[in-house]
Write a protein that binds this ligand. Structure first.
Ligand SMILES: *[C@@H]1O[C@H](CO)[C@@H](O)[C@H](O)[C@H]1NC(C)=O
Ligand SMILES: *[C@@H]1O[C@H](CO)[C@@H](O)[C@H](O)[C@H]1NC(C)=O
Ligand SMILES: *[C@@H]1O[C@H](CO)[C@@H](O)[C@H](O)[C@H]1NC(C)=O
Ligand SMILES: *[C@@H]1O[C@H](CO)[C@@H](O)[C@H](O)[C@H]1NC(C)=O
Ligand SMILES: *[C@@H]1O[C@H](CO)[C@@H](O)[C@H](O)[C@H]1NC(C)=O
Length: 607
């Protein structure tokens, strides 16, 4: 059993040098070691793994306390002859290390000295997660998140300041911290998504998980962002993890060291992941069919990721629109760059980009699209420098046309006029509002579909991205949701505009869609629905909660892209919605954009 900490505190001083501490005592039962900065002598452990810059040792005198890790990283050379299976003792300095101030610390022993091999050839047995250890908690990351990692404001506490006693059964970060430095086995790992650029791969093992979608990934939902998922990082033997894996793929059992690095808990595998089975990446095409008039208008939404006229992925986007979206009557597009792409030369017109995209669709399918958009002012809307990304609509003029068109310029604010109708159509919403500084202004439009006389309305958005946020595994609690204050303002401005349409005509048919860069259950989107009176189409169309995703990021399948509809469309039996996982399921080489497209079906006839 572990010696009580009050005894230990009393013992610090000359006693400390004489009485060797166990590894559990060095780690303590919190995130930070009670001995940080102090020299320790005769620390004894079984060498369980070697890395390029150090070794991991496991206590030969473990305690019964599940909060104290029995293993620790020794950073620095312990001598070339020391090998896995040796029981060694050493002196060194207890150090808390992190590369950035928003990361959690790693407790380690640095500058090892007086390394002695006590015995060799001992058996090294990894702990099987979920069998030799409890299973990881599936919902909460930290007791400092106030019950929800998306609580606002974020950053009210730091784990390294509060340094709470670990509760490994309740909180994911506490669970992984309680195993820091341990050699563990993950049985039957399943990939959450494609690996990152370093080939690090997020997985869950054969333990109980929540949020599993039909493809085998884990979908984020309110209060559940999947702390049971862990990254398999850089292999310790110099081999490399595969690059071709994707959501739902299975690996052979993997054994490695639990280590906090680069802002996340990792398992550093002894050797590279090996794929054991691979799921099909092909998403099905939409099943929704247009009636080619107002009774059944198909409406697509697709963030096409920095599309320029000469983008290599332009023909692939065209093929997606044809093969998977089935050339919808109206498409909301985001991230159309100007005709010179990222070249910063003052060009703002996207005519060349939209002409190239529609020409590509026409050459591959014979379907001819018209387009509508508003050019921004140069370099004022954020995104890739020089690219001037903006939203645009593609539409099939034989089915749907602009209602009383009156092209707005980048500085014109379209307003809702009696009718209702729009003063500029298409036009930007409050382009001078500070909510849109360095971000994309929404593009509103009014349309009339074949067979109807009254307009329906659309708002195509691309809110500020989450850049600047902190890791869900980080020190800052709740984690910082990058630019959330900006999105809060943007949601309100957009919603206030839509509320103006619905005030005039409560039965108006309104569709707001695009890349909101936010989850439906987080502050900005709650503001959006409450101020506008719009309904989340995922709710209206009863999409199962775990199938609501358009993006794969870190440990989650998640929804950044949404459609919201006015009450008249929300209650209509004709309304349908589908997310097409052509990109979130794909391996890196097969990705065409970082977002999935969606398709909906609406009756937009007069009512
Ligand atoms: C070092 O630790 C080992 C095992 O805990 C113990 O047997 C040994 O007596 C210690 N040596 C010294 C010099 O304290
Ligand atoms: C390593 O082991 C070899 C063979 O046992 C021995 O000759 C050598 O002196 C050892 N080196 C060190 C640094 O202990
Ligand atoms: C958390 O840590 C960061 C980085 O050191 C610091 O800027 C911030 O003020 C801290 N916040 C709290 C609430 O301690
Ligand atoms: C738009 O681009 C197309 C194709 O490059 C070109 O034919 C057309 O003249 C351009 N229109 C304008 C208004 O620049
Ligand atoms: C939305 O903006 C209006 C006008 O600035 C403000 O009065 C209102 O409180 C805001 N609502 C929310 C929910 O932020």
């Amino acid at each position: 059993m572990k010696v009580t900490s009050s005894f230990l505190l009393g013992a610090i001083g000359l006693q400390r040098l004489a009485a060797a501490l166990t590894i559990a005592e060095i780690n303590g039962n919190k995130f930070l070691s009670p001995y940080s900065g102090q020299t320790v002598t005769n620390v004894t452990g079984l060498l369980v793994a070697k890395g390029p810059n150090g070794v991991w040792i496991r206590s030969t005198t473990p305690d019964d306390d599940p909060t104290t890790s029995e293993a620790i990283y020794v950073f620095g050379s312990v001598g070339a002859n020391v090998t896995v299976g040796d029981i060694i003792s050493l002196d060194g300095k207890v150090t808390e290390y992190r590369a950035q101030t928003t990361y959690l610390y790693l407790t380690e022993i640095t500058s090892p000295k007086n390394v002695k091999v006590i015995s060799s050839g001992n058996t090294v047995t990894p702990l099987v997660i979920g069998k030799d250890t409890p299973s990881p908690p599936t919902k909460a990351f930290s007791g400092l998140d106030g019950g929800d990692i998306y609580n606002l404001p974020g950053g009210v506490a730091n784990l390294s300041v509060v340094n709470p006693v670990l509760k490994p059964k309740e909180y994911g970060l506490d669970f992984w911290e309680s195993l820091s430095g341990e050699l563990v086995t993950v049985r039957k790992p399943t990939a959450i998504q494609r690996p990152n650029n370093y080939r690090d791969t997020w997985v869950y093992g054969d333990w109980a998980v929540t949020g599993k979608n039909k493809h085998g990934g884990l979908t984020m939902s309110a209060d559940d962002s999947n702390p049971e998922v862990i990254i398999i990082g850089t292999p310790l033997d110099g081999t490399k993890n595969p690059t071709t894996t994707k959501m739902g793929d299975q690996f052979e059992d993997v054994t490695g060291i639990v280590q906090n690095a680069f802002g996340f808990y990792n398992i550093l595998p002894l050797t590279a992941l090996k794929t054991s089975s691979s799921v099909a990446a092909t998403a099905g095409a939409t099943t929704l069919k247009t009636t080619k008039d107002c009774r059944g208008l198909t409406v697509g939404d697709y963030n096409v990721e920095n599309l320029a006229p000469n983008s290599a992925h332009l023909p692939k986007i065209a093929a997606h629109i044809i093969d998977y979206l089935k050339t919808p009557d109206l498409i909301f597009i985001q991230e159309i760059q100007d005709g010179s792409g990222p070249t910063d030369d003052g060009v703002v017109s996207a005519n060349a980009t939209l002409s190239a995209l529609t020409a590509s669709i026409e050459s591959l399918s014979g379907v001819s699209y018209a387009f509508a958009s508003v050019d921004p002012a140069n370099n004022l809307d954020g995104g890739q420098p020089g690219g001037n990304i903006r939203q645009a609509y593609l539409y099939r003029p034989e089915v749907v046309t602009l209602y009383k068109p009156n092209q707005g310029s980048g500085s014109d604010a379209t307003v809702v006029q009696a009718g209702p109708k729009l003063s500029f159509n298409p036009g930007r919403i409050e382009p001078d509002n500070e909510a849109w500084a360095a971000s994309r202004k929404p593009i509103a439009a009014a349309w009339v579909a074949k067979g109807s006389k009254k307009p329906f309305f659309t708002v195509n958005v691309h809110f500020s991205s989450k850049g600047g946020g902190t890791s869900l595994h980080g020190d800052v609690r709740p984690p910082l949701n990058g630019a959330v204050a900006k999105r809060m303002l943007q949601a309100n401005v957009t919603a206030t505009f839509i509320a103006g349409i619905l005030r005039q005509r409560p039965k108006a048919k309104v569709i707001a869609a695009g890349d909101f860069n936010e989850f439906s259950f987080v502050g900005p989107m709650k503001t959006f629905t409450s101020v506008s009176g719009m309904v989340d189409l995922d709710e209206a169309a009863k999409i199962p909660v775990l199938e609501r995703y358009t993006y794969a990021y870190d440990m989650n399948a998640q929804a950044l892209d949404h459609m919201y509809v006015s009450p008249e469309l929300a209650k209509s039996k004709s309304t349908k919605y589908e997310h097409l996982h052509v990109n979130s399921w794909a391996a890196s080489a097969d990705m065409v954009s970082d977002h999935d497209p969606s398709v909906a079906l609406f009756d937009v006839c007069d009512c």
